[in-house]
Write a protein that binds this ligand. Sequence first.
Ligand code: URA
Length: 439
Amino acid sequence: MTANDIIDKKKKGQELTKEEIEYIINGYVQKKIPDYQISAWLMAVYFRGMTDSELLALTNCMSQSRDQVDLSKISGIKVDKHSTGGVGDKVTLVVAPVVAACGGKVAKMSGRGLGFTGGTVDKLEAIPGLQTEITEDKFFEIVNKIGLAVMGQSANIAPADKMLYALRDVTATVDSIPLIASSIMSKKLAAGSDKIVLDVTVGSGAFMKNESEAINLAEKMVAIGEGAGRETVAILTNMDIPLGCAVGNNIEVVEAIEALQGKGPKDLWEVCENIASLMLSLAGIGTKEECLKMVNQSIQDKSAWKKLQEMVEEQGGDASYITSPEKFTAATYQEDIVAQEDGYIDHMNTEECGKAAVLLGAGREVKEDDIDMTAGIHFFKKTGDKVKKGELLARAYSSSNEKLTVGVKKLREIYHITSNPLPEEKAILCYVTKEGVKR
Ligand code: URA
């Protein structure tokens, strides 16, 4: 067997065996196969795709490329949740404490934001003192004690994915559904949970720009999860409009706290209650309907909000910020964007909204960039909303006056007003399980 034969086979559209896939991936990780051959193989996969059995072999091999987390030290069924990313996506900050307050176990490894999408770890670090770089033993101890902990993903999880992703990034092979599916699922399988809920975002602020692509990706990831013996369900959520009203680290944490207090935006709560009840029903805590009631009860009786306070304390943070969110530092500079005429807000390009937040300082353009925790955008009006001339549309925040100027310029370009009403945006599009697509 040689790398050249395997590239040639894939180029001709023939199915690779598990051994051939392992030869390629292990050879790359062990630096026996050079970048140029893997690049050619990635491009062949890009054009030829992968069968379900090739995809499972690839994902298993990537997930086993180094450490695999053994969550057996945590009692009960552990359910993980993963989002394919978006703008204003603070769902984990809400869902994890809700699930724990309802008796579920959440041992969550999360990542940082890059480009126009935010990351849970950065948002959590907006809470003074909170540590996401904790040892695995501490992580298990906290989950056993209070039902949840969120830690930064260790560099030892699926290193094959890191190497392949870096190469995909420079060989125009990122936007391949089998390569995205295996990349995400390799990390989920290595993170050790028994069940997996995938939030596959769809629209202008997501990787998947339309529903049929997103269903295709969801089906592939569900097939991988199920093939690896982990029950996996995907929920497709709307990312054609920013989720909630806040985009930026401090203000997103505040919005998540408001959601836990029962006063968050409607679209955010709709996504959170569906994901949380799905996670709980997969954990065997009740039917989806029973779990939905428990989820709403955890908001009414404030147990989910208290759970976040406990988590923050256990991870070394200052929980007074969760009880008194007004303590979060406000930005030095802010500027309002107001409607120039009467009408309805036309479709907002959500990726551009995320980019405007990055320009304000809320995100990173490259890995090494620092984040301005106070920067961001508060959307008072979003796609489809009716507005009057002079009404407040959005408020931009930054600790740099220069960044404020460029961010606001972009934000003004995003807003367009039309005289025609738009159809109402749905928060949840459909579910994908091993049985198929459910609406
Ligand atoms: N997220 C990942 O982890 N990998 C991809 O390939 C795309 C999104």
